[in-house]
Design a protein around this ligand. Structure first.
Ligand code: PHE
Length: 357
């Protein structure tokens, strides 16, 4: 048999993945692949969003799902939620709409249902409340439909709110000021979360620069808030105080750190750093990194808080506000122990998971 070429990142992911279970389905009609990755049920049913996008290869989709699932385990542990970590992707040639979208979601949600509650899902990149609402008809293991809107707040609103607060904590820590007035923030990706975050930052007096691979998302924000824009391939070079990745993961590698013109990295995207030395490189460059899974945990707190744990609005807000405290704890221990903020956050996670760091 001929050796099948296999990209090295997927290979490394299979070697290093510590997860529990993966379910796959191929939809021959559209060419879509669906992967549900259950990374850990150590703290509860594995929770994670359903991402829909196109990938170069099915292996790339699976690799991203495995990677993101692992990140969710960290997120839930750091947020002190009784939830484990998982993630799923629907890898499509093109993001479908209408009846085709519903057909795919129906096939996909059957996988979630087949796991019988081991995996519980919500929205993620390119899926929204309407999709979740639709899936909820076929499975009770779906969170984040409009049933979960509390006081007008959706998961995307909660994620944006938590991220906004996380940015403010980082600015306070770095600059000893609680004002965002005149602070320049580059928002990379202005979808459901990045778009909302942009509005909050503008309202707080920040000078916001937005970027998105989808031009259609930019124009309304420029019209509404008068924000500046930067081309997607120039986003890392844009001078700013805060670089806020809010779309794709693995956007900053160690080799990019010298290019960054930011003093703070904090945003809503999952798994922002690429490669093992990047957190240390940021630290060495004097760039404060707010660990992604802490900064962006507001959505998970809201989704599972409201729909699984029965929290009221005040309780959810209290937990989201707690992101500030968790970040300060991370920054303090990073300073004291002379490690990166990523490492310091990882120690909190290991403690919660009952692992010895
Ligand atoms: N997809 C978002 C995240 O990764 C929010 C979310 C988390 C939604 C968990 C549902 C479940 O954090």
């Amino acid at each position: 048999m001929n050796a099948v070429p296999f990209d090295s990142r997927s290979d490394a992911m299979f070697r290093s993945w510590t997860g529990e279970e993966i379910l796959a389905r191929h939809d021959a009609r559209s060419g879509a692949w669906m992967f549900v990755c259950v990374h850990s049920t150590r703290l509860g049913p594995a929770g994670g969003g359903t991402r829909m996008r196109s990938y170069g290869t099915p292996a790339a989709a699976l690799t991203e799902a495995m990677d993101l699932a692992e990140g969710m385990t960290r997120k839930m542990a750091a947020a002190d939620l009784p939830v484990g970590g998982g993630k799923s992707v629907i890898a499509v040639p093109r993001v479908p709409r209408g009846a085709e979208r519903e057909r795919l979601l129906t096939r996909y949600v059957a996988l979630v249902e087949a796991l019988g509650g081991t995996y519980i899902t919500g929205p993620d990149m390119n899926t929204n409340g309407d999709d979740l609402e639709f899936m909820r008809r076929h499975s009770e293991h779906v969170f984040g439909s409009s049933a979960g809107i509390q006081d007008g707040r959706s998961i995307a609103d909660a994620t944006a709110l938590g991220t906004f607060q996380g940015i403010r904590t980082c600015v306070e820590w770095a600059d000893r000021t609680d004002s965002l007035d005149g602070c320049t923030v580059v928002v990379q990706g202005v979808g459901e979360v990045g778009g909302r975050l942009t509005g909050m930052l503008v309202e707080a007096g920040a000078d916001v620069v937005v970027s998105d691979v989808d031009e259609a998302r930019i124009a309304p924000l420029v019209a509404r808030h008068g924000v500046r824009t930067v081309a997607p391939d120039r986003v890392l070079d844009e001078p700013c105080d805060v670089f806020a990745p809010c779309a794709m993961g693995r956007v900053i590698g160690a080799e990019d750190v010298g290019r960054l013109r930011a003093r703070i990295v904090a945003g809503a995207a999952n798994t922002q750093l690429r490669g093992t030395g990047t957190a240390d490189a940021l630290r060495a460059a004097g760039i404060l990194y707010g660990p992604d899974y802490i900064v962006n945990s507001g959505g998970a707190m809201h989704a599972f808080g409201v729909e699984m744990l029965g929290w009221n609005s005040a309780e959810v807000l209290e937990r989201i506000r707690g992101i500030d405290h968790t970040l300060r704890r991370v920054f303090t221990s990073a300073e004291q122990e002379d490690v990166s903020t990523e490492e310091a956050a990882g120690r909190i996670v290991a403690e919660r998971l009952g692992e010895t760091a």
